[in-house]
Design a protein around this ligand. Structure first.
Ligand code: 13P
Length: 254
């Protein structure tokens, strides 16, 4: 089954509105030729509107980095699906390991956020991944299985058609340590098998699984060439137009 490649930049807590606008203005001409992949940038909340405006008329799509599950209410510091939708974005990252690590995100809250995003017609990019000690302790598959079963609980096959997953081994994020293409592929294949078991092969084979963790232009081609790696979720290399564009183009090189 052919799955459209998706390369998303997670800007994390970087770029003011003015900086984000400048980055997208610089990126637009560099990726204007990309037609066979989804190119997405995910700025911080306060930068979203400027980036949506700058990306208008281009092939760059915009996403957020988090979403709350309630429609409204006493949730200081949180942002609802309707608020995000109003800005004109299409995607939202959910369950990033930094949110799990620093902000108490659990599989249960990931599940609630996914449902809120789907209800608002936003495409969730759902992050999963193991810690270094879990990898070294031979627990990677058990950890991913729990994250998938918990995070995707009660979702239907139709829901899964609208979701992308991002496998980000936590030990590879921002460390310069990338999983080798073989290691990443082995894990992506496990994730695919788990999805097939949960939702049936027809659905599981259609879900896009991005890789994240020190992906850059130099290793993007080898990673995305793997049968079960359908793109990337990029941190550091997404913060400059030239490095992000080089990564996107290399990822798409046969
Ligand atoms: P780096 O590309 O900086 O390792 O970050 C990966 C990541 O966490 C993307 O969500």
């Amino acid at each position: 089954m052919s799955r459209k490649v998706i390369i998303a930049g997670n800007w994390k807590m970087n770029k003011t509105a003015a900086e984000g606008k400048a980055l997208v203005e610089a990126l637009k001409p560099l990726v204007a030729d990309v037609t066979d992949a989804d190119v997405v940038v995910c700025p911080p909340f306060t930068t979203i509107s400027a980036v949506v405006e700058a990306a208008k008329g281009s092939n760059i799509k915009v996403g957020a980095q988090n979403i709350h599950w309630a429609e409204s209410g006493a949730f200081t510091g949180e942002i609802s699906a309707a608020m995000l939708k109003e800005t004109g974005i299409d995607y939202v990252i959910i369950g990033h390991s930094e949110r799990r690590q620093y902000f108490g995100e659990t599989d249960e809250t990931v599940n609630k956020r996914i449902k809120a995003a789907l209800a608002a017609d936003l495409i969730p990019i759902v992050c999963i991944g193991e810690l270094l000690e879990e990898r070294e302790g031979g627990k990677t598959e058990a950890v991913l299985d729990t994250q998938l079963k918990g995070g995707l609980a009660d979702l239907t096959g139709d829901d899964m058609k609208k979701i992308a997953l991002a496998y980000e081994p936590v030990w590879a994020i921002g460390t310069g340590k990338t999983a080798t293409p073989e290691m990443a592929e082995e894990t992506h294949a496990f994730i695919r098998k788990t999805l097939n078991d949960m939702f049936g092969k027809e659905i599981g084979e259609g879900v896009r699984i991005q890789y994240g963790g020190s992906m850059k232009s130099e290793n993007a081609q080898q990673l995305v060439a793997q049968p079960n790696i359908d793109g990337g979720l990029i941190g550091g290399a997404a913060l400059k137009a030239d490095s992000f564009s080089a990564l996107v183009h290399n990822a798409l090189t046969e």
